[in-house]
Ligand binder design. Structure first.
Ligand SMILES: Nc1ncnc2c1ncn2[C@@H]1O[C@H](COP(=O)(O)OP(=O)(O)OP(=O)(O)O)[C@@H](O)[C@H]1O
Ligand SMILES: [Mg+2]
Length: 334
């Protein structure tokens, strides 16, 4: 399989001290707990799920910003090397990140064109005039007008700043952009512009996206494949149209039922999940979703369902669904 990015049983646990005793008792927070997926070049994998389910930790693991507890990440066929070494720095040219808050990604003291050109300087590419010319070209191609080039970040709007961040991320011609809530901090009227820009950038530069967002409508619009996470694990994965029209896992059904019509399936009523999401320091036995699942059976309390092919290119981890393939561990490409 020719995946640009592939994770295999990716896991990150954080040791911590839980309340109890004089100094607390040792505990383990299972932020990411066995995530396998494959993202082909030029495609988009959307990652959705409630706050704290492990989306950003998955992003950090993918970029090598954090070491996994176990499992592996392969990028362009090679294991992602340890952070900060020369091999990691060389690889980071090819994988870039776009964060939620563009202001925090920019230096307030420098004109934005200087910041867009900076990665070329860091990697020793071109002369100073060549770097600036390349930065200006790229800024124009993401919809920034020349009168903005010499401005400082605080002089730009949120949407303009996110365009600057995008130009900076693209200048080294990466093959992967990890976008962690890239539009959440933007005004609603600007969100659509930035989404269209991302789609345009993908079509022109062939860059793949790992796209993290709370906004299921946006994820549906931009993704070739969507993975739904619950308490550190993927519970369902499939093509966006299929997954949003016929969600198979009860958790996906609840998420989709909360999207305003017309995305809601005909006759599907809003499913209000009972109880709070369990803590990743105290993941329930069996299926982690069973305490909130209206359809839970005895087996759901006892045995954890594995992510398995359920037909139509869809994977789900649920005892209510019948697997169609024996191999439950292989990552499915978008
Ligand atoms: N460095 C860390 N040390 C300890 N716990 C951490 C660390 N980083 C993340 N966590 C915990 O791991 C879990 C997953 O966090 P993560 O940031 O990946 O969630 P998320 O899905 O991105 O949430 P959100 O949608 O709110 O951004 C959370 O319970 C979080 O508190
Ligand atoms: Mg996050």
């Amino acid at each position: 399989m020719n995946a640009l990015l592939e994770t295999t049983a990716l896991t990150r646990h954080f040791p911590l001290r839980l309340p109890g005793g004089l100094f607390g008792r040792p505990g383990l927070l299972r932020a990411v707990d066995g995530v396998s997926f494959a993202l082909p070049a030029g495609k988009t994998l959307g990652l959705v799920g409630e706050s704290g389910c492990g989306k950003s930790t998955t992003a950090r693991l993918v970029l090598g910003l954090m070491a996994p507890t176990s499992g592996a990440v392969r990028f362009e066929g090679e294991p992602v090397p340890a952070r900060r070494g020369p091999a990691w720095r060389a690889l980071r040219r090819r994988m870039q990140m776009v964060y939620q808050d563009p202001m925090s990604a920019l230096d307030r003291r420098l004109p934005v064109v200087t910041q867009v050109a900076e990665p070329l300087l860091v990697f020793g590419q071109g002369s100073a005039p060549e770097r600036l010319e390349r930065a200006r070209d790229l800024m124009a191609s993401v919809g920034l007008t020349p009168h903005l080039f010499e401005r400082y970040p605080h002089e730009l709007s949120g949407g303009q700043r996110q365009r600057v961040v995008l130009a900076r991320a693209l200048i080294l011609q990466p093959s992967l952009l990890v976008c962690d809530e890239p539009i959440s901090a933007l005004d609603v009227s600007i969100q659509a512009q930035v989404i269209n820009l991302l789609l345009d950038v993908q079509a022109r530069f062939g860059v793949a996206f790992l796209f993290i967002s709370h906004d299921l409508k946006v994820v549906r619009q931009v993704s070739d494949e969507v993975a739904v996470m619950y308490l550190g694990r993927i519970v369902e994965q499939g093509g966006p149209d299929d997954l949003f029209h016929r969600p198979a896992h009860p958790y996906t059904q609840a998420l989709v039922s909360a999207i305003p019509s017309p995305w809601r399936r005909d006759g599907m009523r809003r499913i209000v999940l009972e109880g709070d999401p369990p803590s990743p320091t105290d993941v329930p036995d069996g299926c982690a979703f069973h305490p909130r699942c209206a359809q839970a059976m005895a087996v759901c309390r006892e045995r954890r369902p594995e992510l398995a092919q359920i037909g139509g290119g869809r994977r789900a981890a649920c005892h209510l669904l019948t697997p169609v393939a024996a191999d439950t561990t292989e990552a499915t490409p978008c």
